[in-house]
Write a protein that binds this ligand. Sequence first.
Ligand code: NAP
Length: 281
Amino acid sequence: MQKIKLDIVGDPVSHSKSPIIHSTVLTGLGLDFEYRRVCVKKGELEDYLAEAQELGINGFSLTMPHKKDIIEFLDFIDDEAMLFGSVNTVKVKDGRLLGYNTDGRGFAQSVFDYGFDFTEKNIVIFGAGGAASTVALKSEMEGAKKITILNRTLSSAESIAKRLKKCKTDVGTLTLDSISEAAHDCDIFINATPLGMSGVSVDFEDFSFFDSLKMGSLVFDLIYNPSETTFLKEAKRRGFDTLNGFGMLIYQGLWADKFFLEMPIDFPVLKEKIEAELKKI
Ligand code: NAP
């Protein structure tokens, strides 16, 4: 079988966990492969695509700042990538560029994996950046009843809410009061800001909003470094189910491999292997 050539493309790209995720999958499947981190600056995607064609690259993952910029170069874009306006996975097939978004799939699968679902649920999201937008749109797609978006900059929360067509929406500025109010009838409480992330100096200052959250709610922090943020520690201490961003990260990678390789992928087995590899670093 021919060597499989995959890249992760972005700027910066040195921090990316993609090489570990995909190398573990390709090794686990017994495939011969080459995996590169390629630093491509904004505006230089076209040069990368020419290089990828010359080298016979079979597919590549995309991170900041290229997830939107790649769209004009694609021959096909899948429904979720179209809805999110963002592509993180490109398969090269017969010289054509096929674009997918696996972030939403990764997010939803990590929630399903934990025994929760979105049907008729009230979802509260802190943040209104790229991740929050994917989380909101995917939650709606999976049947959420109401989505509340709280963000430091209200206009960004409003922009996401405008894109939600089927569920009820609410928006607000991210304050202790607004979080506490939204917590009252919330089923899944999601942090999609970098508050509490390793290397970020700011964190939530007060966790009394958990007093308003009903027991049985899932508290989800998209952050995976540290594996347990103060947000999750405080939630766990009060008896809530908690989930970090590792599952989302791993599942988006496994979905990407499903598109790259077009072969059956044993998600549970490979997820376990990837977790073990990520724990080593
Ligand atoms: P982003 O597009 O830069 O958005 C960041 C959001 O956080 C914005 O809404 C921003 O508010 C808000 N924010 C930033 N600093 C803040 C502060 N000091 N106080 C309050 N709000 C603040 O980032 P992103 O890509 O959406 O990522 C968000 C988080 O999700 C990160 O922690 C990232 O690591 C995590 N993530 C995890 C995965 C995974 O696979 N697990 C995938 C993607 C992202 P403004 O609009 O006011 O600036």
